[in-house]
Design a protein around this ligand. Structure first.
Ligand code: ATP
Length: 413
């Protein structure tokens, strides 16, 4: 990367902004709109040249803002109301859009970037040790240098399946964190309902924007939760949009595989209903990985994580994570987290009965009050654990394992 490029572009942006202001000041709104539009184009060119993903994101937001101003001024200034011409695009898949549409889609995509992976490390995930190592190994392979003439393939597209709340999202976040990847968090059903009729285009834009973010060698991870929502055969218009979105995702995944170049855009799908995915979908994912209910050892670890990572004191003479784990069979990580929260809240209520009165006494009183805590013991959990009814029934848990077995058998056949 030359340092001249971004600096020259920055100067061009500033020139266009000054020009836009001067034109606006004398009421030439249409011309000012063109200046903003050019500023946006320069900003877009600059995105690829910036090293840091934060800077690229900030620049994308600026580009979108200039485009927005251009649109506002154009609609104020233009009397002819004609359709906006398509902008000159860098990639073929943009050609069909007007600049307005492309902007709106890109803005929507930028909103999908999620910073939460930076807070998720492997040790925030209880259990799943073998899988964590496998993920490290295969994503490591995907990122490492292959020797001359040797084709090494790591994992680019994988699908997690299993009951809700077992850590699928956490795992995707930890992978993204360790690879310093830009994380696009997509909830399939939300995208379809928000972008009725546009979800296919939105997906092409998503992958194009994700590729832009890989300019500095850092990968981008597209996490598509509720993948099954795209495969349900419900019929009607909604179904059509789901299919458009699904077709766009599959063609993006295929397209890159075929080009045979290192693909820094990786897709991680997740589903609670793997049986709704058809063979065409499943075949696109190199691995389908069951994230099942945690075993006793993992549950003990999840209890430890959810109490100790929050600094809640624990009386280890009375409270044993192993004993808690024995009494909480079939609980998911999410349910254990909820249980820890509930028990902690009960302890805080007992230790701090004056809080409501202090709130009534005014902001200063409550701000000066220091919350009292005491160590949690086994008895704090006893009643809460007795009341528990696990969300995942035995039959449901078995269904995941059976589905996985059948899939492996049919793959072997
Ligand atoms: P869904 O299928 O409903 O999207 P999921 O499998 O993606 O669920 P996560 O979002 O990863 O589940 O987990 C939900 C919450 O449950 C986490 O934020 C965390 O608090 C807790 N949790 C789940 N699994 C674990 C785990 N293995 N270790 C620690 N915490 C966990």
């Amino acid at each position: 990367m030359t340092s001249q490029g971004p600096q020259a572009l920055q100067r061009s942006i500033e020139r266009m902004l000054t020009e836009a202001n001067t034109r606006m000041a004398v009421g030439k709104n249409e011309e000012a709109s063109r200046s903003y539009h050019k500023a946006a184009q320069f900003a877009e060119q600059m995105i690829d040249m910036l090293a840091e993903s934060d800077q690229r994101r900030a620049m994308s937001v600026r580009a979108a803002e200039y485009n927005q101003r251009a649109r506002t001024l154009r609609s104020k200034g233009s009397m002819d109301g004609g359709r906006i011409k398509p902008v000159e695009n860098h990639e073929a898949d943009e050609v069909a859009y007007s600049d307005e549409e492309a902007d709106a889609l890109e803005q929507q995509i930028l909103l999908l970037i999620d910073d939460s992976p930076s807070r998720v490390d492997w040790d925030a995930i209880g259990g799943l040790e073998t899988l964590k190592n496998e993920l490290k190994f295969h994503y490591g392979l995907a990122m490492a240098k292959a020797p001359e003439g040797v084709q090494v393939e790591g994992w680019n597209n994988i699908m997690f399946y299993g009951p809700p709340g077992t850590g699928k999202t956490l795992l995707a976040c930890a992978v993204a964190n360790k690879l310093s990847a830009t994380f696009f968090n997509v909830k399939a059903s939300q995208i379809v309902s928000k972008w009725v009729g546009e979800s296919g285009r939105l997906i092409s834009t998503l992958y194009r924007v994700a590729r832009k973010f890989t300019g500095d060698g850092r990968p981008a991870i597209i996490f598509i939760d509720e993948f099954d929502a795209l495969c349900k055969s419900r019929g009607g218009e909604g179904q059509l949009y789901h299919q458009q979105m699904l077709a766009a995702i599959l063609s993006e995944i295929d397209g890159f595989a075929q080009k045979g170049r290192r693909d820094l855009v990786m897709t991680i799908g997740a589903t609670n209903r793997p049986w709704d995915l058809d063979a065409a979908v499943l075949s696109r994912f190199e691995r389908r990985i069951l994230i099942g209910l945690p075993g006793a050892e993992a549950r003990a670890e999840i209890f430890r994580i959810h109490l100790e990572s929050k600094g809640i004191p624990v009386d280890h003479r009375s409270l044993s994570y192993t004993r808690l784990a024995e009494k909480t069979e079939r609980l998911t990580g999410r349910e254990i987290a909820r249980l820890c929260k509930e028990v902690t809240a009960a302890m805080l209520g007992e230790m701090n009965p004056d809080i409501p009165a202090l709130v009534d006494a005014g902001l200063q009183r409550i701000q000066n009050y220091e919350i009292k805590v005491r160590a949690l013991g086994q008895s704090d959990f006893t009643r809460a654990v007795e009341r528990l009814v696990p969300d995942t029934g035995e039959a449901a848990a078995l269904r995941y394992a059976d589905w996985g077995k059948a899939l492996n058998e049919s793959n072997r056949a």
